[in-house]
Write a protein that binds this ligand. Structure first.
Ligand SMILES: Cc1ncc(COP(=O)(O)O)c(C=O)c1O
Length: 399
């Protein structure tokens, strides 16, 4: 009889259990590490995580509550109820310049779950995934968790303090053999965004090297110089290996609902149907009625949300740009200010200081990959009053 894999560890209560190496090697997010220090403190102005301070509006919550009360409490379609997939296709049409077939749309339990489900479809153990960074760390960990190897490609600093993607460097990386490329545009934490020409350039490279392209459009409505961010889907053929993940979290103030979606080649519909069965088995049917309302009636709210963020962005820019130690650009997209502070070499330690000494919660730049150290990320999707207080408290430490 083979020796039990637990025999070594059962003798001591403190011995570790034999987990998968991918799990043992998972790092805690640096954002969460700072957030834990102060999320329960009322005196801290927390601008560390990626959500605003507005609750979900009633026009979205009411239909979900009504559906719950009317008995929509059973198992349901794994890729979303037909009404939500139809509403997603209708909603997408003006943004993409074409209406994606409903067969190309799959509802998920949030953008995070969308990313895991997509990776489960194509990532093989040991596959390398190129990730344009600084980037929200969850995608890096998700690749590791799935047994892949993330390879980060840092954006360059542009002449005006913003960020730029060097297509030559991207090509050099793709040449070395990667299974997939991940790009969030607009990006978190940088707010950097690809224009149509940049999208065409990236797409020509992913085609040339035959890699999957996973694009994150979670912030596609948060743009300050145009109505929405350009999408890879507008330039890709439906059958190409291009998959976009998106979420209800940000544009409709629904972070806690855990609803997102994927737009993908039609042949992957059945694949996602199978994969979702073994993940979440589908999102709650009653919540999806709220999602339908968001998509159908949500444009005024999205406009209000983006305008609120624009005010927050400008306030933070004005409040920090005159500080000689601070380098920042006004981001064209997303809802973060990602600024560099001269003299800060350990952004995690500095973010902890900000919590302890002045009661402001920011995310450390080091959490966002190799290009992030020395920076701090501030989420400006908040009231001007909260942002103003944070600025007033932070300025002495940044001066
Ligand atoms: C770039 C990016 N992608 C995806 C997500 C996931 O959003 P959620 O899981 O809340 O839908 C986030 C959340 O912060 C994000 O910043």
């Amino acid at each position: 009889m083979p020796e039990s894999q637990f025999s070594a560890s059962t003798s001591s209560s403190s011995a570790p259990l034999p987990l998968r190496p991918e799990v043992e090697n998972l790092d805690e997010s640096g954002i969460v590490e700072v957030w834990k220090l102060g999320f329960s403190r009322d005196d801290v102005v927390g601008l560390w995580v990626g959500e605003g301070d507005l609750p979900t509006p009633d026009f979205i919550s009411d239909p979900a509550i009504a559906a719950l009360k009317s008995g929509e409490t059973f198992y349901s379609q794994k890729r979303g109820i037909p009404a939500v997939r139809k509403a997603l296709a209708d909603y997408s049409a003006p943004l993409y310049g074409f209406r994606p077939d409903e067969e190309r749309i799959t509802l998920t339990q949030g953008g995070m779950n969308a990313m895991i489900v997509v990776l489960q479809a194509f990532l093989r153990p040991g596959d390398r995934v190129a990730i344009v960074s600084p980037i929200w760390p969850n995608i890096v960990s998700a690749v590791q968790l799935m047994g892949g190897e993330p390879v980060q490609l840092s954006l360059d600093h542009g002449p005006t303090g913003g960020f730029e993607l060097d297509l030559n460097k991207l090509e050099d990386l793709l040449k070395t053999g990667v299974r997939a490329l991940f790009i969030a545009t607009p990006g978190n934490p940088t707010g950097w965004m690809l224009d149509e020409a940049g999208i065409a350039g990236v797409l020509s490279l992913t085609r040339k090297y035959g890699v999957w392209l996973m694009t994150d459009e979670v912030y596609n409505r948060f743009t300050y110089e145009r109505r929405s961010a350009p999408s890879f889907l507008s330039q890709a053929e439906p059958e190409e290996p291009v998959i976009a993940v998106n979420s209800f979290s940000k544009a409709w103030a629904m972070t806690g609902w855990r609803l997102g979606w994927i737009v993908h080649p039609p042949m992957l519909g059945d694949v996602f149907d199978k994969i979702i069965e073994f993940n979440t088995s589908g999102a709650q049917a009653f919540l999806q009625h709220g999602a339908v309302a968001a998509l159908k009636d949500g444009e005024p709210f999205v406009t209000e949300m983006v305008e609120r963020c624009r005010r927050g962005r400008d306030l933070i820019y004005q409040g920090l740009a005159d500080l000689p130690r601070v380098t920042l650009a006004n981001p064209p997209g997303a809802f973060y200010s990602f600024f560099k502070v001269d003299g800060v070499e350990d952004s995690l330690a500095f973010a902890k200081r900000l919590v302890h000494e002045v009661g402001v919660g920011l995310a450390p730049g080091s959490a966002f990959g190799p290009g992030g150290e020395g920076h701090l990320r501030l989420c400006f999707a908040s009231s001007e009053a909260r942002l103003g207080t944070a600025l007033e408290r932070m300025r002495p430490l940044l001066s």
